[in-house]
Design a protein around this ligand. Structure first.
Ligand code: BG6
Length: 484
């Protein structure tokens, strides 16, 4: 069963920051894969725009190198790459001046879908929006795509929203959170709302608690300057983990449509309780052997920025009253693993007696690696000797279940860019949603900054600081092993 490909309408996609790292690693290779899959109509065009002076031919060579580096060689047949490159052009542009805008205007057609990807520092969003408008380049239905970080607090996010809203309507603005483009994240909605099995149990009566873990093995590396001003809370929790939490916790929308879904997510964010200091653990990875520690990598020995955070979060509504959501994310941990674990309650009455043992059912939703789901069920241990209960997994790896031709899932960026062209905002964050997420995050950050808390050191290759384990232990619970 090969994945179905439905071509999108003809488009012109302008990538501001077209020579930047995100364009090179994700956007351009992703576009190539969509082209290779036959999703791009013959007349689609991609226009790179950036500060450096270069010809379109030079830009094509830059893109060729990016495709060869980041796309699997099996997809890089010479004629296909050449055909893709023939759709590209480049314009040198001055985001804060007038240079290049007339040239850009002559490249962008008025009778196709227009999309402008702002893959630049957020400080330039307002300038780009204003110039696209002032030079009459963006038509009435043009789309703009913006990347995180979308602000660093509620006030800056509001200012960014206002600078975009001065020239574009909300339905033209696509705020990317690439976690929403991950296959399993969308599958989470399919599992919840496409089956009758789970939804009746999806509440505080049957769910004991939920764990959301996004662990990385890499350190902050060359991104130290950005990262040290953000930390795990701003870099990961306010956006990616928050989105996962919303999809798990939200009420069923009446349709799978942008505002219906986003309204429900917004209600979850608004229902989040403030988190007391005792329910937050922040950590910083230490050096070990040849591996530099966080402080060495960011070059700031006094930094109090966290490279790890764990929180116990409560959603104050009928569905989730009393069911905690434990969130954790960090760099340089034991494994690269993103997963959600829904831990159900144990049966109310143990008919097999205490000796038989008991286990709670768990639904594990794996985002990466090996995207899939596992449901643990309790069965009798085989053999004579009475009734002893054991836990066995009902395991589904999407790659195995759907066949090898579907094993390589489209990258989140590919899917999201195609959604922009289709005009579907379901998997993008609305302005009010982003601001609400910051409004919940801001007081937590302010509180630990005011107290002058220092993050707890943790050894690289572990599950973070000991205190993060204690956060669950004291509630009689434990994190699922990262290397399970
Ligand atoms: C980015 C963060 O948004 O997400 C990075 O800025 C992080 O710090 C990355 O490494 C993780 O994304 P993924 O898709 O590799 O899990």
């Amino acid at each position: 069963m090969a994945a179905r490909v439905i071509p999108v309408d003809p488009f012109d996609l302008v990538i501001f920051g077209g020579t930047g790292d995100l364009a090179r690693r994700k956007i351009l290779p992703g576009l190539y894969r969509r082209f290779h899959a036959g999703q791009m109509p013959d007349t689609a065009r991609i226009i790179g725009a950036a500060r450096s002076e270069m010809s379109s031919d030079e830009y094509r060579e830059f893109v060729r190198a990016a495709v060869i580096e980041f796309v699997s060689p099996a997809l890089c047949e010479a004629e296909q790459v050449a055909a893709f490159l023939s759709r590209l052009a480049y314009v040198a542009i001055d985001a804060r001046g007038d240079g290049g805008w007339a040239a850009l205007k002559s490249e962008v057609r008025g009778d196709v879908v227009q999309a402008f990807y702002f893959s630049v520092a957020p400080g330039l969003f307002g300038d780009l929006a204003e110039r696209l408008h002032a030079h009459g380049i963006a038509g009435p239905d043009a789309r703009i795509v913006v990347e995180k970080p979308f602000g660093r607090d509620a006030a800056s996010a509001r200012a960014l929203n206002q600078s975009l809203a001065a020239h574009f309507r909300e339905e033209q603005i696509y705020r990317i959170d690439h976690y929403l483009g991950k296959e399993t994240v969308q599958n989470l909605m399919a599992v919840r709302f496409g089956n009758v099995l789970f939804e009746p149990l999806w509440n505080a009566q049957f769910v004991d608690h939920i764990q959301i873990s996004v662990a990385e093995t890499v350190g902050v590396g060359g991104r130290g300057e950005y990262y040290d001003k953000s930390g795990a809370m701003r870099d990961m929790v306010q956006n990616h983990l928050m989105q996962l939490l919303c999809l798990i916790a939200m009420e069923p929308p009446n349709r799978f449509e942008p505002d219906a879904v986003r309204d429900e997510k917004l209600k979850v964010i608004r229902a989040l309780e403030p988190v007391p200091a005792d329910d937050i653990v922040r950590g910083q990875y230490r050096s070990e052997g040849d591996l530099p520690g966080y402080l060495d990598e960011v070059g700031s020995p006094e930094s109090r920025t966290e490279s790890f955070i764990a929180l116990k979060v409560q959603v104050a509504n009928w569905r989730w009253n009393g069911t905690p959501f434990y969130l954790r994310t960090g760099k340089r941990m034991a494994a690269r693993l993103s997963e959600i674990v829904v831990v159900f309650k144990e049966p109310p009455h143990a008919i097999f007696g205490d000796e038989a043992g008991s286990e709670a059912n768990k639904l594990v939703i794996r985002l990466q690696p090996d995207e899939g789901m596992t449901l643990t069920v309790t069965i009798k241990e085989p053999g004579p000797g009475g009734m002893r209960l054991i836990e066995v997994p009902l395991d589904m790896s999407f790659a195995e279940a759907l066949g090898p031709e579907n094993a390589e899932m489209p990258d989140a960026y590919e899917r999201l860019i195609m959604d922009v062209i289709r005009g579907n905002q379901t998997l993008f964050m609305r302005g009010d949603e982003v601001e609400a997420a910051w409004r919940w995050t801001d007081p937590l950050i302010e509180a630990w900054e005011k107290r002058g808390d220092r993050p707890k050191p943790y050894r690289p290759g572990t599950s973070g600081p000991e205190d993060a384990l204690a956060l669950l232990h004291r509630d009689g619970r434990r994190w699922r092993d990262l290397e399970a």
